[in-house]
Design a protein around this ligand. Sequence first.
Ligand SMILES: NC(=O)c1ccc[n+]([C@@H]2O[C@H](COP(=O)([O-])OP(=O)(O)OC[C@H]3O[C@@H](n4cnc5c(N)ncnc54)[C@H](OP(=O)(O)O)[C@@H]3O)[C@@H](O)[C@H]2O)c1
Length: 288
Amino acid sequence: MTNSKHILITGSNGQLGNECRVLSLNYPQYTYTFVSRDELPIDDFDAVKKIFSCTQFDYCINCAAYTAVDQAEVEQSLAFKMNAEAVENLAGLCKQYSVQFIHISTDYVFDGENALGYNELDATSPLNVYGASKLAGEKAALAINPSSIIIRTSWVYSSFGKNFVKTMMRLMREKEQISVVADQIGRPTYAADLADAIFNIISKHHQIIPGIYHFANEGIISWFEFAQEIKLIRANNCQIMPIKSIEYPVPAKRPHYSILSTNKIESTFGIHMSHWKDSLRRCMQLIQ
Ligand SMILES: NC(=O)c1ccc[n+]([C@@H]2O[C@H](COP(=O)([O-])OP(=O)(O)OC[C@H]3O[C@@H](n4cnc5c(N)ncnc54)[C@H](OP(=O)(O)O)[C@@H]3O)[C@@H](O)[C@H]2O)c1
């Protein structure tokens, strides 16, 4: 009979879920239950209730989300069901069963009009359905379970799943010239670094101060600069052309300047932010 702390990780087939699984090997002192969408659809309230009533968890890291930003414009109710209602349900069960709820949100809760970037107290104003659904989830979680931790992050990539880095690597292989948006500025986040921060918080802090925190890698860049660095690391000859967002129309509007200030998570939990170039190199080494 073990009395190690038990961590439930939902959405385990996603970028962050997979990185948590990899990192869990470094934390053998915990017991883990990883559940994919097939194993535990978090919008199936009966199934979620059942797992909480059968197993006493200590932490729930919710890596499950509706993340199809453009598709959300036409699947509004599905996005809200997943990102708001299911999150509220999870947060409520965590409160009922005394489980620390750790949930992930997004820079897309902001409109990107603040030239100074955003701290956790700044006013939110999402530009698209996905951002609105994630904001509704944050609010619902904190209302039903004020002990929740919400970590907003931005521009997430990983060696797992689909993301900008892998798409660029493929396009640079296939094409002689590509165009990349240069007027959207943000802070990329390697999902492995985010997973590391979460495990750091869990393992080093017995009293977790709840609330909203921002996490992203160090450095502020455009998607164009991101692509240029990928090209540099790959030593690729593909020509990258900077374009404006207006020249690459997509259904969901994106913030132009969504810079998350990460001072709070650094000072509260002593988390060190890796520079985006170092993290990108580490990730690309795993992809190659
Ligand atoms: N990706 C980004 O750029 C970004 C930026 C800011 C914030 N975030 C947030 O960061 C968190 C992690 O994102 P990520 O990049 O790891 O996302 P991801 O790779 O899309 O993973 C999300 C996971 O959720 C699962 N899922 C979808 N519907 C579900 C349901 N009904 N029940 C259970 N699981 C379900 C998906 O299952 P399938 O594998 O079957 O599809 C997928 O494995 C999310 O909260 C996201 O909103 C992401």
